[in-house]
Design a protein around this ligand. Structure first.
Ligand code: TNX
Length: 539
């Protein structure tokens, strides 16, 4: 694009102005500054190829809101060089070497072009573009007096990993749908593409299931929660909530518009006390059971009768109907063997299936469920315990949370792996040792530690099995995160650091550079009203 004369003149007159900062998070693989800038104005229009309409509309809505300019769509051949200044979104098959998520973004004084071989790349190019604009872009009304200047750049970018995840536990504390949608928006801004939705646990079942209405009616509410860090005392306050199937469909569609896959987690056979409160016949004993009012690991687990397996597959049938993702997470972590070892029925089941221990029985259950999911065209995802007691169903994905050891072992055995170790990716852990930090579950995962995380273990470097590491994700367990604001405080900016770990080339990772970009990035959070934690040592 050649600079029209007017723009060139403007360039000269701008020479004295400080250049707008270029601070994109996650850091693009290649970004070069060029001379000058493009300034949005009342005549700027939008051009988008067919098939990019929704991405173009999302951009249009935001630009209109923030600038007050109309940004009309101009149809027609996107290659025809019209004189109107434009932001152009264009499919360009010649960029296929960047992959479907890669893009090229060119800003020069005549306009903006986002090009990619596929729609996801266009979306990510737009995310970069948003961050090249002044932070007032992220306000909900127009800010008078802002100069909507975009520095001239040429960006070529594509992600390092395909699984760039954010996990959110909505069981320990229910998060309203609004908060989930807000979280998806923030994920999109950081080019994160997998939302791992932890929907069920001992303390609450959050998903309407038509065949088993008591799961939501009974399982979604508990009579109280633990009081602060006190293990004995309760707060006496009823807590709960669930998502209707219509809510879920909305969230899934909202995510899909932002190229985010929603992976639901339905925990079994442990972390299932809320199921037992609703349907006690699925348990191992007749002892009364309620939706749990304490944190920790409950010994109450599901039994492994055929009737229970039928219940689970019925539930999963509704789940696969709601979630088009190729993956379903079935938990599998922290299953105390106490009840199975004491239960004559469970012991008989062990003999019947040839399991020599509770661990092997659990592995047998995983394979049954994994085979069922495969029959529905889905892959099982499980926490790294699924490696114990026997091999998981081929095609399973292992989520390595107790360090990266399980992930390493799984990758060596040829399973795909997502790294989610407590050491670097548990964002329910403390992020600072400063006094006044709100109560957290424990641990210490400061921003720098997240930033330093390397998803590929050194043992796999240069090996073929390194490609089994699909990526990594940050965990937001909510025992001590009672509100959406508190979730944001724990998530940001640590999740921004993680976005760089999973998106940017490894050799470009540079903490000082990240910190320098974080300062302007936090202004975006300020404009959005995100309740992030301001890093103490940030400039
Ligand atoms: C361990 S990670 C759990 C969760 C807790 C979390 C708290 C995992 C698979 N299980 O149930 O919420 O620690 O940090």
């Amino acid at each position: 694009m050649a600079a029209p004369l007017a723009a060139a003149v403007l360039l000269v007159s701008q020479a004295a102005l400080p250049a707008p900062p270029v601070a994109v998070v996650p850091r693009p693989a290649r970004i070069e500054r060029a001379e000058g800038s493009f300034v949005l104005g009342p005549t700027t229009c939008l051009r988008a190829d067919a098939g990019l309409r929704r991405s173009a509309e999302l951009l249009q809505e935001e630009l209109r809101r923030a600038t007050g300019f109309p940004f009309p769509f101009v149809e027609g051949n996107p290659n025809d060089a019209s004189s109107a200044p434009a932001i152009r979104l264009r499919i360009d098959r010649s960029l296929s070497s960047l992959g479907s998520e890669g893009y090229r973004l060119t800003v020069d004084p005549a306009g903006v072009e986002v090009a990619s071989s596929a729609p996801p790349g266009i979306f990510y190019g737009v995310q970069t573009l948003r961050q090249l604009l002044p932070p007032e872009l992220f306000r909900r009304t127009a800010t008078p007096g802002v100069r909507w200047e975009i520095p001239a750049v040429r960006v070529e970018d594509s992600p390092r990993f395909s699984w760039r995840g954010s996990h959110l536990d909505v069981s320990r504390h229910f998060m309203p749908k609004r908060a989930v949608l807000d979280h998806l928006d923030l994920m999109a801004l950081h080019k994160l593409n997998v939302f791992h939705w932890h929907l069920t646990d001992d303390q609450g079942w959050r998903l309407q299931i038509r065949k088993y209405p008591r799961l939501a009616e009974v399982g979604a509410f508990r009579c109280e929660s633990p009081l602060g860090s006190d293990r004995e005392k309760g707060d006496g306050a009823r807590h709960g909530g669930f998502y209707t199937q219509d809510d879920v469909r909305e969230v899934v569609r909202y995510a899909a518009e932002r190229f985010i896959t929603v992976v639901p987690e339905i925990e079994m056979p442990g972390h299932a006390q809320a199921i037992l409160a609703a349907y006690p016949e699925l348990g191992n004993t007749t002892a009364p059971v309620e939706v749990w009012t304490r944190w920790g690991i409950s010994e109450r687990v599901l039994n492994v009768d055929e009737r229970t397996i039928a219940f689970l597959t019925d539930v999963l049938d509704e789940v696969v109907d709601l979630f088009p993702a190729p993956y379903v997470h079935v938990g599998g972590d922290e299953v105390p063997p106490v009840e199975w070892e004491a239960s004559p029925a469970a012991r008989a089941r062990m003999r019947e299936v040839g399991a020599r221990s509770a661990e092997e029985l659990h592995s047998w259950l995983n394979r049954r469920i994994g085979a069922f999911l495969a029959s529905r065209g889905r892959r099982l995802v499980g926490w790294d315990e699924v490696l114990e007691g026997g091999p998981p169903v081929p095609g399973s994905v292992v989520m390595s949370w107790r360090g990266t050891k399980g992930g390493l072992e799984a990758a060596r055995a040829g399973h795909d792996v997502v790294m989610a170790p407590t050491t670097h990716t548990y964002f329910d852990y403390y992020q600072s040792k400063e006094p006044g930090e709100p109560l957290a579950i424990g641990g210490f995962v400061p921003l720098e530690k997240v930033y330093a995380f390397e998803p590929v273990p050194p043992e796999l470097e240069g090996m073929e099995s390194a490609s089994c590491v699909l990526g990594a994700q940050g965990q937001l367990w909510t025992e001590y995160l009672p509100t959406p604001e508190h979730v944001q405080y724990m998530a940001w900016p640590r999740l921004a650091a993680l976005s760089e770990v999973v998106w940017s080339p490894r050799e470009l990772r540079d903490l000082a550079d990240f910190r320098a970009r974080l300062a302007p990035h936090l202004q975006r959070f300020d404009a959005l009203g995100v309740r992030y934690r301001r890093p103490s040592s940030a400039p």
